[in-house]
Design a protein around this ligand. Structure first.
Ligand code: MN
Length: 493
């Protein structure tokens, strides 16, 4: 387990405390308050903007129920309490990509409260709240003209903000949590959580202190959009704060950003007090009132959660805790595994274990990215067929490995590959016996030694016969025939 102690250059032991705010883009066709399209990635600037998003005078917002439903699902998935009444408020600040001069968000009465997430270690992370809010636009600096351009495509896109308590003690815990939240969103289809597309952004609060001391000043890291950078930034920031304290310097309450090139963080702005956004309930939005039946109906249509899927893999498919965990950790992998199991000709625990082994052992070794498993050259149906060939003995395991590689290279199904390459396993016992006889003739010395009691040589003979068979025979059949041949030879001596 990762250590929760951080050691300074003076050898003193510090502890860290971190809390997260995750912004997840809600997966819907339309924006949170307007009919503008929300699939904005790669679109022409300002091509997905309605009058509402551009803050035109007199435009009124209409709440997109689809966004609310998905946020409720996410809240339920995090074990949270869905508030029967929540309130949209205006959060005021001035920025050029915020045409209204305020962001519609939820402050005092969020949609969801009191969730939790349990880390693999068993430690519980408290989730304070999940609320819905609209995204702002994007400012782009044009270096050629020295001007700033504004793209409002993102303005008004629905976000869920998930706020945790400062329960994290190591960067690894943070990384596990962020990945799990993203995985949960994919299971529930509430967000794709694609960080490269800005669909998942993380703000982290970090403070360090000596054990027993009160918590140190909080530094906020803004808008981390890669798990790797987030990890690097946290590792750097913890050590920076510790050395600050050791040098008798003050850790300022401030907002910092991470520079991926230098691998360091730098001050964006000092935060003397907490920001005053002059929140007040949006007069254009009535309170969001949800009946118990409404919430219950959503709860009943919830897809399987990652933890439920893992439990099912263990309970119904007799997978080990380890396999079930790896196969449910990534939504795309879990779907692939389920489909492969569904295509098996012999659905039984032994076969499920084989599917798990082939995915975790062989397929992961070839896949650059687990999430891309659904579009890899090997389909779940083809993998099931390969496993069937192994079970019925028409493929030995070395041959199956060869076929597997060819499936990856060509995208073809195993039966075609076996036919094309003449890789069908020889089951004809006379042929195999013929090879055995040749091998014994070629190795008279070893044969004498074996008959004299050196039984370890059995593997040598199996190997030699496999070589003669060019891998097309089943090693256990060879072994059986060899033992029988030796028995006969012993008798005839
Ligand atoms: Mn926010």
């Amino acid at each position: 387990m990762e250590s929760k102690e951080f050691i300074s250059s003076k050898g003193r032991i510090f502890r860290a405390m971190m809390g997260l705010e995750i912004h997840l883009q809600i997966k819907t066709q339309r924006k949170l308050f307007s009919p503008g399209p929300s699939s904005i990635f790669g679109a022409e600037p300002n091509s997905c903007v309605s009058f509402v998003d551009a803050g035109f005078p007199g435009m009124l917002p209409t709440l997109n129920e689809g966004c609310v439903k998905k946020a409720i699902m996410m809240g339920l998935g995090l074990g949270g309490m869905i508030n029967p009444v929540s309130v949209m408020e205006r959060k005021h600040y001035f920025y050029r990509d915020l045409p209204d001069g305020y962001q519609r968000s939820q402050n005092r009465y969020p949609l969801v409260e009191n969730g939790k997430y349990v880390l693999k270690s068993g430690k519980e992370i408290r989730i304070q709240r999940l609320h819905i809010e609209q995204d702002a636009g994007k400012s782009i600096y044009d270096e050629k003209t020295g001007t700033c351009l504004v793209d409002l495509n993102r303005a008004g896109v629905g976000l869920m903000e998930i706020v945790s308590e400062p329960d994290f003690e190591t960067p690894d815990e943070v990384v596990e949590y962020v990945k799990s939240i993203r995985n949960l969103a994919r299971y529930l289809d509430t967000s794709d959580g694609d960080m490269e597309k800005g669909q998942l952004r993380v703000d982290a609060n970090i403070s360090v202190s000596l054990p027993g001391d009160p918590a140190g000043r909080r530094v906020e890291l803004k808008n981390m959009n890669s798990v790797r950078f987030l990890n690097q930034a946290l590792v750097y920031e913890i050590q920076r704060q510790i050395e600050c304290i050791e040098a008798d310097e003050m850790v300022h309450q401030e907002t910092r950003s991470f520079d991926p090139v230098k691998g360091t963080t730098a001050r964006l702005r000092l935060k003397e007090n907490s920001d005053d956004y002059r929140y007040f309930p949006d007069p254009d939005m009535p309170d969001l009132r949800l009946s118990e039946e409404y919430i219950l109906a959503i709860a009943q249509t919830m897809p399987e959660l990652p933890s439920q899927k893992k439990d099912r893999f263990i309970r119904d498919l007799a997978l080990s805790e380890y396999d079930a965990s790896i196969l449910s950790d990534c939504y795309e992998v879990s779907v692939f595994f389920d489909q492969c199991v569904g295509s098996l000709k012999k659905p039984e625990p032994q076969s499920y274990k084989w599917v798990a082994n082939w995915i975790v052992g062989s397929l992961f070794a070839l896949l650059p990215d687990k999430e891309a498993i659904g579009s890899c050259p090997i389909t779940p149906g083809n993998l099931a067929q390969l496993i069937h060939c192994l079970q019925e003995g028409s493929l030995s395991s070395p041959l199956a490995k060869e076929v597997f590689q060819l499936m990856w290279d060509t995208g073809k199904d195993p039966l075609h590959i076996m036919q094309e390459r003449g890789l069908v396993q020889v089951l004809d016992l006379d042929t195999i016996q013929g090879w055995i006889d040749e091998v014994l003739q070629d190795s008279p010395q070893q044969l004498q030694q074996y008959l004299g009691g050196k039984e370890k040589l059995l593997t040598y003979f199996v190997g030699q016969t496999m070589k003669k068979a060019q891998g097309k025979a089943n090693p256990s059949i060879i072994q059986e025939l060899l033992l029988k041949t030796f028995e006969e030879k012993k008798k005839s001596v």
